[in-house]
Design a protein around this ligand. Sequence first.
Ligand SMILES: Cc1cc2nc3c(=O)[nH]c(=O)nc-3n(C[C@H](O)[C@H](O)[C@H](O)COP(=O)(O)OP(=O)(O)OC[C@H]3O[C@@H](n4cnc5c(N)ncnc54)[C@H](O)[C@@H]3O)c2cc1C
Length: 439
Amino acid sequence: MAQRYLIVGMGAASIAAAEAIRSRDPGGEILLVSEEGDGYYSRPGLAYYLSGEVPEQQLFPFTEDDFDRLHLRRLHARVASLQPQSREVALEDGRRLPYDRLLLATGSLAVQVGLPGVELDGVVKLDDVGDARRILKRCRRGRTAVVVGGGITALELVEGLHARRVHTHYFLRGDRYWSSVLDETESKIVEQRLQEEGVQIHYHSEVAEVLGKRGRVTGVLTQDGRRIDCDLVGIAIGVRPRMELAEGAGLATERGILVDEHLQTSVPDVFAAGDVAQVFDPFSGKSVLDTLWGVAVAQGRVAGRNMTDQSEAYHKSVPFNVTRLAGLTTTIIGTVGRGRDKDVRGIARGDSETWRHLPDSFAAQDVSDVNRLRLLVGEQRLLGALVMGEQTLSRPLYQLVAHQADVTPIRDRLLHPSARLGDLVASFWAEWRERHEAA
Ligand SMILES: Cc1cc2nc3c(=O)[nH]c(=O)nc-3n(C[C@H](O)[C@H](O)[C@H](O)COP(=O)(O)OP(=O)(O)OC[C@H]3O[C@@H](n4cnc5c(N)ncnc54)[C@H](O)[C@@H]3O)c2cc1C
């Protein structure tokens, strides 16, 4: 009998799992069920779609031929519940689907705020391509927007709206942008660039109420009594893993679905991967969430292999994300930040909790104009790095952090106040690579 593999979700983790299963089990039945009618597309690409840099069709990396080649069946439906005892899931319309192995790759959704007026037409979020389309439609009529929240998604909303000629007010609860990951200088660089573009940043500002007329947004009232007229309100204050199915079935959960090193949940033959999975992190010694595309792919791959009787442990690698902040390419590697951020409740999109653990380390930094290099230097190795602007050193730094290269020979020089970090890292990496490749 062919094995029946059932995958809930059709995002990065799901597709990676399906590919991994197919590479090991040519005859198994693979069914992907997703409530999103748009199927598989790049969520990080939504920012570029919003700003007009990428047309919608470029968001879709898979063609019909790709699905056929892998013999993947797809179903557009919402899974309403999971019954592990009888090894089946129930769809919202009452149908039941049996499985031998199940993957929950249900992703995460934007955290909702409980403000008066959030139900008004014109209050938007950015979870999926449907949201992006709605925002673009609104931009045609909209003139002014208020965006609330920290992290990457809020900034993507700000930049996308601004690119569509919508005058944008950006509300920050604290005194700077993304304080859990960026340091003060980096936040300032981002904020200044936004302000130069014409974005109005409001520090220490919170929305008390979204105002409306005939069901549509007309403005916001701030907690300190100011009124700002606008026709759009974008909210991106963090995301929450979608654990409804797991919780309903009694699987072990904390902030995400808890999985073991094989990405199996507390119930046999039920696996979890991607934004929804809470995974042990050897770097911090804690069980953490990551909401990163690359992590979802890596986890999906391992979960898929384990669903086909292979036994492979998932090793969480050093977090690595290349993103764009106010037009500046920024790479974040390993540990770089300081913990919680008032603007983000939980975890932000494109974020790794590992970035936000304060390590026992020193920061060494190099700033020239908008280019910036910040290293977190531990006793013997680099714990993390942030590279903003010029990107030549991103890959070398990733290798040094990921391979835990011993930086003792240059440690004192790195920490010297007038160190030329870029030059030091570049020459150290060249020597290290030679030794590493020879070994
Ligand atoms: C605007 C935006 C910008 C981002 N930027 C970055 C970035 O710069 N860098 C980066 O690394 N990451 C970024 N991310 C995050 C990245 O896209 C996610 O980490 C990744 O998509 C997670 O993949 P996943 O497979 O776990 O879940 P998802 O891609 O979220 O897929 C889960 C799917 O499951 C479906 N589903 C859930 N429950 C059910 C159910 N009960 N029944 C049926 N279907 C269900 C959902 O509808 C969804 O389609 C961004 C995300 C967004 C939205």
